[in-house]
Design a protein around this ligand. Sequence first.
Ligand code: ATP
Length: 228
Amino acid sequence: MATATPEPNTDQSDLSLLKERILLVGLTGGIGSGKTAVSDLLGKYGAGIIDTDLIAHQITAPGGIAIPLIQAQFGSEFIDPSGALDRSKMRALVFGNPEQRLALEKITHPLIRQETVRQANHLALNRAPYLVFVVPLLIESGNWRSLIDYLVVVDCPVETQIERVMHRSNLPRSQVENILKAQASREERLSQADAVIENQGSLTDLENEARDLHQKILQIQKDRASSS
Ligand code: ATP
């Protein structure tokens, strides 16, 4: 279930301290635009990747740290036989019910934030040249934009997004269109981008674009280090 990614805190123990030492890159894009494909490539070239969507899934997977809290708050019927959050049941509960959504986010957001900061510190300590935060709803949330140094938007035509998601997730067109409606528009995203990865060609084209982007970010990081 796609949940809004929590706003990062800016207290002392948080990402703002890292910002002084290492370039913080935000990576966003609409559903199915290719964020994971791009972050996988940047990770292969050596970037430190923190995928907030993946973290949200991990904490609600079997044995995840959010599971006992969700069970206590909402009841055992929201935990499936494998021990994971029953996403479709929870989606049905929070849909159009802001109070329940808030109750869920009160549990998940601090845990996602905590894990995001932990992974970022770990990667920085292990000498990642820069950090990439993959945040699906980065444009839609306020704080993220001010915290990161450089925003990369993965972009492709809406029709391509729809086709990819229908194919990947086996969803009907109407459901994908509803998800798209709840997200920022292509134009809103592009207007805030420092760099755009056009992902409407082949995966080989994407690899070339990601390699160029990696070099560009390394250069920005170098320029910043030499001017400080
Ligand atoms: P979501 O927001 O749903 O997490 P995403 O933005 O992370 O999606 P991906 O998961 O990277 O997008 O890509 C969506 C699907 O499209 C995947 O199945 C991926 O393999 C495929 N895909 C991405 N880019 C390309 C491309 N250039 N050519 C062909 N298939 C692609």
